[in-house]
Design a protein around this ligand. Structure first.
Ligand code: BG6
Length: 468
């Protein structure tokens, strides 16, 4: 079984995690530029990050050398609209045109995320996603993007990991920390606004361009800890609350009934304005993009979460509905995330079975403390066999999922180059390309090819036929 001929092999990044130039060239501040999460975790902020803003020509030429067919990156909303709405920053527009020129030169398909965690601060100051007017702000931003880049971009992603911003906003640094009466209700209100905003933007995309557009949640299939029916129910609750709430609203235009009954019991049903549900219903994504790092295992809720650390892949729980537990059949990476390649096949099958829409994997990868060594040719490199093993195992399972009948049209692991992690800094690296800086010492930011660079290059050149 082969990968389709036009399969989009590539990799991903996001603006705030790699661009740097966070306060230059007319860019407005985003919530990530002032996020306290980096300081709380004792890691670098994103002022310089990987300096991709200044080095994209070199970076894209390295991606081309790897044979990338696609590059998934995000546009910084506050670089385009420094205040979130209103005045357009022409330097920002010009910058992304230059990035697109470079990609075009190398025949690399841009896959563009409109919003990857970095809400303009000016909007956050007005209540962010709790404020219904952010729906209009996102639509305005989308219309600016479509009118400037609509003829250059074939694939748009609306919102990166909306589900993680709702469930793990504290770990990601996207939480607003505003004082509200009912924090949870406020979160699900934000979620509703994002769903409506996304639906409006999908409609707008179809009206203004010939491009395709889809959501980009983080999806984890959910295993019950035991075959006990209570654990089975807990798994079903977790899937509905973590995954299907988001995708059902996007694809079917309605709230998932299990998630709805959870919101009802918790007293957190969002205010839904007249016409909102019609908007959700009338918008249609062309594909589903999703990020996969691992699945999760849950048992019936017995109280509080038993895991101390909570982030995108750890420690999720909803008292009374489910609580996650470690899966002892799986190994973990050095940051505690379980490694589950077979689960990747399972997850692809589940999403395909449920929605029957073409899928693209927009994140998957291994975060590790890479060590720079001097290679045979006297050039620094990283011998990241652990990353190669991880990616190989996942790509094999993706191939099996395609054999199972899943329509997968691309794979963009995290990340093309090293960048700043959401809350674990620069030492947690994912890239094929090493960026020579430490947590706080910027060094020379030179780029070095890791062993995985050459391995992925060979995978792409053989279209995934030889993985060993
Ligand atoms: C995803 C995000 O949740 O996981 C990325 O979309 C993030 O922005 C990636 O970097 C890896 O997570 P982390 O926490 O290791 O950076």
């Amino acid at each position: 079984m082969m990968f389709p001929n036009n399969f989009l092999w590539g990799a991903s990044t996001s603006a705030y995690q790699c661009e740097g130039a966070a306060t230059s060239y007319g860019k407005g501040l985003s919530v990530m530029d002032v996020s306290s999460v980096f300081q709380e975790c004792g890691v670098t902020d994103v002022e310089v990050a990987s300096d991709h803003y200044h080095r994209f020509i070199e970076d894209i030429s390295l991606m081309a050398e790897m044979g990338f067919k696609a590059y998934r990156f995000s546009v910084s909303w506050s670089r385009i609209l420094p205040n979130g709405i209103g005045e357009v920053n022409e330097e920002g527009i010009a910058h992304y045109h230059r990035v697109l020129d470079e990609l075009e030169k190398h025949h690399i398909e841009p896959i563009v995320t409109m919003y990857h965690f970095d809400l303009p601060l000016a909007l956050q100051d007005k209540g962010g996603w709790s404020n219904r007017s952010t729906i209009d702000a996102f639509t305005e931003y989308a219309s600016v993007l479509f009118s400037h880049f609509g003829d250059r971009i074939k694939y748009w992603l609306t919102i990166n990991e909306q589900n993680m911003m709702i469930i793990h906003g504290d770990a990601l640094g996207t939480s607003s920390h505003r004082k509200v009466n009912n924090e949870k209700k406020d979160l699900y209100q934000q979620n509703h606004h994002m769903l409506v905003a996304q639906a409006k933007v999908m409609q707008l995309c179809h009206k203004m361009t010939d491009a395709k557009i889809g959501p980009a949640p983080n999806i984890s299939s959910v295993y019950p800890a035991t075959p006990h029916p209570d654990d089975m129910l807990a798994a079903s609750n977790a899937s509905a609350i973590r995954n299907w709430l988001y995708l059902d609203a996007t694809v079917f235009g309605k709230y998932n009934s299990i998630a709805w009954s959870f919101m009802e019991s918790e007293g957190i049903i969002p205010d839904i304005h007249e016409g909102d549900m019609e908007v959700l219903k009338s918008a249609q994504p062309d594909f589903i993009a999703f990020n996969y790092y691992s699945n999760m295992t849950v048992q019936r809720s017995r109280g509080e979460s038993i895991t101390q650390v909570k982030d995108q892949q750890m420690g999720e729980s909803e008292q009374g509905y489910f609580e996650s537990v470690p899966n002892h059949t799986l190994n973990k990476n050095e940051y505690g995330w379980e490694i589950d390649p077979i689960g990747f096949r399972y997850c692809l099958r589940e999403v395909w079975d449920r929605y029957s829409l073409p899928m693209i994997v927009t994140e998957n990868g291994l975060g590790a403390k890479d060590i720079l060594v001097i290679g045979d040719d006297n050039i620094p490199t990283v011998i990241d066999d652990y990353r190669i093993d991880y990616l190989r195992a996942h790509i094999k399972q993706m191939r099996l999922a395609i054999e199972d009948g899943c329509d997968v049209f691309g794979y963009c692991p995290w990340s093309a180059i090293d960048l700043v992690s959401t809350h674990q800094g620069m030492n947690k690296r994912y890239g094929f390309i090493y960026v020579n800086r430490d947590e706080f010492d910027l060094k020379d930011l030179a780029r070095y090819k890791k062993k995985s660079f050459y391995w992925y290059q060979s995978v792409i050149s053989k279209n995934g036929t030889s993985l060993d």
